[in-house]
Design a protein around this ligand. Structure first.
Ligand code: GDP
Length: 346
């Protein structure tokens, strides 16, 4: 993940550090210290050391006075040309790349730096702004445990994004934490979706509340919540339909599900491999129903990691979990350090 970006940033930072170190390690001065160590008393060594410190101080003051440059938009644009390609190759959405550039210009234009350190400054500012975009997973399990009564989570996302599988994986995780669950089969558009959820229910020994194919999904979610209250089940996990996500009727339907089931969390599930497309979907869902967070499925297939960055930037919402395979245990918490580490930015 992000290997080329990591190399690029490190090469800039590494190169510039060497340049700074050079004048401070004057060979002749180092030799004087060694000589004194062998032949002279300690007092004399101390004086020499002080001398060197003094010289260093004067040198750095002089160099910063004489050798400074002002960062201009052209500098950032020139350097960013290379970065832009690397970010795009790593699945970072175009609008996010533009935003990163805009922020860099805003933060750096007109800043004075030592000459030769413009690239280093840009790389470091980039690190900081990427780090600010990413948010660690909030602790969902603690939040569920803390709430009195039933906790409801509704899952949204287009068909095939991994919604049903993610619901089953989360249920399995919750069971391990002794949190009981019920599934609501509110994707009533597809008979296969109801069957798929029933299969997971059987495997995990979780009740599934369903109605006939084509029935009102909000009613299914409502029934499941009532069932949970009656049977002292802690968590209701609602599967919804994802077809025609841009169409108004689907948005109306999602709004109705939310109005009726009053969820504690609205989670958008998106495939990390779809990159730009997924970012657009997340935006559409977020504008329509204001999501609380994201599950990024199929992160095991995506080698790049730019989608996590993009979706965090575009929605400003946390990634709760990463789907990393097709088994029940393949659901990991999202740690921003992992992405930063992959970038070489930790
Ligand atoms: P839904 O239509 O949104 O409910 O999507 P599904 O849950 O049916 O998932 C669609 C396909 O993606 C299925 O074949 C899943 O096994 C697969 N899938 C879901 N999550 C993951 C994941 O994290 N990694 C991988 N490799 N496959 C996944």
């Amino acid at each position: 993940m992000f290997n080329s970006l990591k190399k690029k940033l490190n090469s800039w930072i590494g190169k510039e550090e060497k340049e700074i170190e050079k004048p401070l390690k004057k060979k002749s001065e180092t030799k004087v210290i060694k000589k004194n160590k062998i032949k002279s008393p300690a007092k004399k060594i101390k004086t020499k050391k002080e001398d060197i410190e003094k010289k260093k101080g004067i040198f750095s003051k002089l160099s910063s006075k004489v050798k400074t440059s002002t960062i201009k938009t052209e500098h950032i644009e020139e350097i960013f040309e290379e970065l832009e390609l690397i970010l795009l190759e790593n699945n970072v959405a175009l609008e996010v790349v533009d935003k990163i550039k805009e922020n860099l210009i805003k933060d750096l234009e007109g800043v004075e730096v030592k000459r030769g350190e413009i690239e280093k400054m840009i790389a470091e500012t980039l690190k900081n702004s990427l780090s600010e975009v990413l948010i660690d997973s909030p602790n969902l399990i603690n939040e569920i445990k803390k709430k009195e009564g039933v906790y409801t989570i509704v899952f949204f996302g287009i068909n095939g994004s991994g919604k049903t599988t993610s619901i089953a994986k989360l249920a399995s995780k919750l069971q391990k934490e002794k949190i009981s669950c019920v599934f609501a089969a509110a994707d009533t558009f597809r008979a296969a979706a109801i069957q798929q959820l029933e299969k997971h229910g059987e495997n995990l020994n979780i009740p599934v509340i369903k109605q006939d194919y084509g029935s009102d999904p909000a009613a299914v979610a409502f029934d499941a919540k009532k069932y949970a209250e009656k049977n002292k089940i802690k968590c209701v996990l609602v599967d919804t339909a994802g077809r025609m996500y841009t169409k108004e009727n689907l948005i109306k339907q999602m709004e109705k599900i939310i109005r009726v089931s009053q969820p504690d969390k609205k989670i958008f599930v998106g495939e990390s491999i779809t990159g730009n497309d997924m970012v657009e979907q997340a935006k559409t869902f977020n504008e329509a129903i204001e999501i609380d967070g994201i599950i990024l499925s199929k992160a095991d297939v995506d080698e790049k990691g730019g989608t996590a960055l993009s979706i965090s930037q575009v929605t400003g919402k946390p990634i709760y979990f990463l789907g990393v395979g097709q088994n029940y245990e393949d659901l990991q918490e999202f740690k921003k350090e992992t992405i930063l580490k992959n970038l070489g930015l930790d």
